[in-house]
Design a protein around this ligand. Structure first.
Ligand code: ATP
Ligand code: MG
Length: 415
């Protein structure tokens, strides 16, 4: 088997080999090549220790990413390459970190510590594909299978349970029976894993093209990490939620919003629970704000006529997302033809972009009058802000032009 590697990767492997250190592209990039996808990054493993790597790449820009764990990042041809010494992990007494790591001279040993067969392949132009666990076969068959005994592997590092779900959701590969059984039986060990790492993997599951199938198949695993979602996952809305997730664009905020739309009794309580869930996962404030806002506005009146008012309420970015979320919900409900839903969505998106390009007024600062104008009319204190807000509302509803005289006359009439 021959793989065409990017030039900087070839160069790095070549320089290590020339210096006497076997070196391989490894892990996700080899899997992606075997599957016919373009890898998004390349990891390299080698017999060289970090000090030896530093000698080999003297003169190149390097970043000391994790020398203790054997990792050096080298920038070659503008490409950051993470190069790691072959290693085997010692015992895992805490279910998340090896107590020690030991460097080794054999690539096969390094591959044996990796999580799934499809992730445990290495390739070099010198040695070809090194695949001691049948990764290529599992790629062909489309199967997620642990390297070695699944229960033991999940016992070492429970995060692998969620990684199995993530790869299954991304690739659409079923999880092999023994691995799936260990996923279910080992799920309580997820308690050892940090919330941040759980959040990353759950987001990865949700963003997968096959997220719904995985969530449907392993609800008890999701419940273990998000017990707040038990009612949702056991309730009548669960299937609709799954369809909504599948119908939403594969973007993290939208997928989380689709997932959490019905997590409470109504839009407001769902928004509150969504925020709490994302907070417990230590997600960013932006993620919490965005998702809870999307959930709280899930029933908003979205029509061509209301676009400008919606812009005022949530701003352009959120409104764009709300339109897509609404499309996902309507698609999932299957009450209308997908064509009709797509047409409506397109019209709303066009309306939104034309409002923005014609600089339509949706904020106080865009209003053709300001506080001074109100003061000149004799208004004082809070009445100024209230009146401006009322004017803005009339403008976004199309009841008055955003034009100075028209706005001033409107105020005068009410005085
Ligand atoms: P992605 O395309 O999502 O980056 P990846 O396979 O490159 O997929 P990474 O998380 O970047 O995944 O990890 C790189 C490699 O390191 C994996 O392919 C796997 O061989 C190994 N690996 C990562 N995390 C673990 C883990 N928790 N346990 C065992 N091996 C792991
Ligand atoms: Mg990777």
């Amino acid at each position: 088997m021959y793989l065409i590697l990017p030039r900087p990767v070839e160069t790095a492997l070549n320089r290590l080999e020339t210096a006497g250190y076997p070196a391989f592209a490894v892990g996700g990039c080899v899997r992606d090549h075997v599957l016919g996808f373009t890898p998004h990054d390349y990891d390299i493993c080698t017999a060289a220790t970090p000090e030896e790597m530093q000698r080999v790449f003297q003169g190149e820009r390097t970043i000391e990413t994790g020398l203790k764990h054997g990792t050096l990042t080298v920038l070659l041809g503008g490409m950051p390459l993470e190069i790691t010494t072959f290693r085997v992990d010692g015992a895992y007494s805490d279910g998340r970190h090896p107590d020690s790591v030991r460097f080794t001279a054999r690539v096969e040993d390094d591959l044996s510590r990796r999580d799934f067969t499809i992730n445990a392949m290495a390739y070099s132009p010198v040695a070809g594909l090194v695949d001691p666990f049948g990764g290529q076969e599992d790629c062909k068959a489309g199967i997620i299978r642990c390297v070695g005994d699944p229960a033991a592997r999940f016992g070492e590092d429970a995060l692998r349970i969620l990684r199995a779900l993530r790869f299954s959701a991304r690739l659409g590969f079923p999880i092999e029976d023994a691995t799936a059984q260990a996923v279910r039986e080992g799920r309580s060990q997820l308690g050892h894993v940090s919330q941040e790492r759980i959040a990353v993997e759950l987001t990865g599951v949700l963003q997968g093209g096959h997220a719904a199938g995985v969530l449907k198949q392993f609800p008890e695993v999701i419940e273990t990490v998000l017990p707040e979602l038990s009612p949702l996952m056991r309730g009548d809305d669960w299937l609709l939620t799954l369809k909504t997730i599948s119908s939403a664009p594969k973007e993290a905020e939208l997928r989380w919003a689709a997932f959490l739309l019905q997590c409470g009794a109504d839009a407001e309580s769902s928004a509150k629970t969504a925020r709490e869930i994302l907070k417990s996962l230590k997600m960013s404030v932006k993620m919490m704000d965005t998702v809870s806002e999307l959930v709280s506005y899930q029933r908003a009146d979205l029509r061509l006529e209301t676009m400008q008012e919606m812009l005022m309420l949530v701003g352009p970015e959120r409104l764009g997302q709300l339109i897509l979320l609404r499309q996902a919900v309507r698609t999932a409900e299957e009450k209308e033809s997908p064509d009709a839903v797509a047409r409506d969505t397109e019209a709303l998106r066009e309306k939104l972009s034309s409002l923005l390009s014609e600089n339509a007024c949706y904020t106080l600062s865009q209003l053709a009058v300001n506080g001074k104008d109100m003061a000149a009319l004799g208004l004082r204190g809070p009445a100024i802000g209230e009146t401006l807000h009322a004017l803005l509302l009339q403008v976004v509803r199309g009841q008055v032009e955003n034009e100075r005289d028209a706005l001033l006359n409107t105020v005068k009439k009410t005085l």
